[in-house]
Design a protein. Structure first.
Length: 234
């Protein structure tokens, strides 16, 4: 294709991604079975925007309130407020998202989270606490109790057992890594770092990045790649 024709093509519509574009981790099933199941464009738009909003949060558990979703200009411009409510209902019915009320009347305390075990358990704990407070005050609870107790995710346990206490920033990075990499990768990366006596999350993250780029078969008996040495993580 001549350069002129190429530039004409690139000049139409979206101008393209900037060089330092940021990426948002998206659960892999959204690109697999869910992609074939979701047949409503509004639901797909809402789900993707919800995931982006969720990753702007810090701490655990992470959820997005209905108020925040309805105040998000990008989402409302794409779907309208009623469209957002409808899309959320479809996502909850499908099982992509979960929802609960955390107090207040009507939609004031409604929150949404990804349908993951740790998030289900976290919202269940909140629901039980609210139910207890409501019973003590003589008022009905806003959220029916859910079964199950909160458990640490595997990557959190790996970190605490091998490195030390968690802090909110590290917790966010661990949660993203858990979405990006299989559990056996995480376990092997922690094992390799401990074997090298390099108990640092940044060191472990570089191992995972190298495996993703070069393939795990290129490991050399636990010796980290040269870029780790150059980066100064020793």
């Amino acid at each position: 294709m001549p350069n002129g024709a190429l530039m004409e093509t690139l000049g139409k519509g979206f101008p393209g991604f900037p060089r330092q574009v940021r990426y948002t981790p998206v659960p892999s099933p959204l690109f697999g079975p869910l992609l074939t199941q979701i047949d409503d464009l509004g639901e797909l738009k809402c789900t993707l925007r919800f995931i982006w909003l969720l990753h702007q949060k810090r701490g655990f558990p992470r959820f997005v309130t209905l108020k925040e979703l309805l105040a998000d200009r990008t989402l409302v411009d794409a779907l309208t407020a009623d469209g957002v409510r409808r899309a959320l209902g479809l996502a909850v019915s499908r099982g992509t998202l979960i929802t609960a009320t955390t107090g207040g009347d009507g939609d004031a305390g409604r929150v949404y989270a990804l349908n993951r075990e740790e998030d289900r358990n976290a919202l269940a704990t909140i629901a039980e606490e609210i139910a207890g407070e409501g019973a003590a005050a003589g008022t009905p609870p806003h959220t029916p109790p859910w079964e199950g107790a909160p458990e640490r995710s595997n990557v959190f346990a790996l970190y605490e057992d091998n490195i030390g206490m968690l802090n909110p920033m590290i917790a966010d990075e661990l949660r993203e890594a858990e979405e990006l990499y299989p559990l056996d990768w995480l376990e092997d990366a922690f094992r390799e770092a401990v074997g090298q006596n390099k108990r640092s999350w940044r060191y472990i993250a570089r191992i995972l990045e190298r495996w993703e780029r070069e393939g795990r078969s290129n490991r050399d008996d636990g010796e980290p790649g040269r870029h780790l040495k150059k980066a100064g993580y020793y």
